[in-house]
Design a protein around this ligand. Structure first.
Ligand code: FEO
Length: 176
């Protein structure tokens, strides 16, 4: 059974994963309107992964006798300045998610909830991967600079990234 502290903290994380999904979905839709199909494909996939992160939490909370609450969400931005701005935001956002996961882990230790602590290890590893991927993409963007043909190849490259990311997500899902 979850303590009320752990339950509240997990529900807060459910909200963060849900809003991450909406945020990346808004980015995907914007990128699609810009003709950036590789970028949008990657971001749609990313939005799906965040939804999966949220679902995994909801199911865990319910399994442990709590109630995973589906949160209300505010509207994410409609337009973005550039591809670079999008990925800068993603990296910043993922660092924030990592910090929140770490805080959650701390709470489970204080509450001596080792089951939830164990469950959260999946999120700890997932955040390492997500941050690394976001940094890798930012490095590529920095290399391109303002070069338009560079952006074309970057967009094409990201289609492959999106496929690779999907494989990782499936693998992660099986490990639960
Ligand atoms: Fe679910 Fe990207 O953190």
């Amino acid at each position: 059974m979850l303590s009320s502290k752990v339950s509240t903290a997990l529900n807060k994380q459910i909200e963060l994963e849900a809003s991450s999904s909406q945020y990346y979905l808004a980015m995907a839709s914007w990128a699609e309107t810009q003709g950036l199909n590789g970028v949008s494909g990657f971001l749609y996939k990313h939005a799906d992964e965040e939804r999966m992160h949220m679902l995994k939490l909801i199911k865990f909370v319910n399994e442990r006798g709590g109630h995973g609450v589906v949160p209300a969400l505010s509207q994410p931005p409609v337009k973005f300045k550039s591809v670079k701005a999008v990925f800068e935001e993603i990296l910043k956002h993922e660092v924030k998610v990592t910090n929140e996961i770490n805080k959650l882990v701390e709470i489970t230790l204080k509450e001596r909830d080792y089951t939830t602590h164990n469950f959260l290890q999946w999120y700890v590893s997932e955040q390492i991967e997500e941050e690394a991927l976001a940094r890798q993409i930012m490095d590529k963007i920095k290399l391109i600079g303002d070069d338009k043909s560079g952006l074309y190849f970057f967009d094409r490259d990201l289609e492959t990234f999106a496929v690779a990311g999907a494989g990782q997500a499936e693998g992660g899902g099986k490990g639960k």
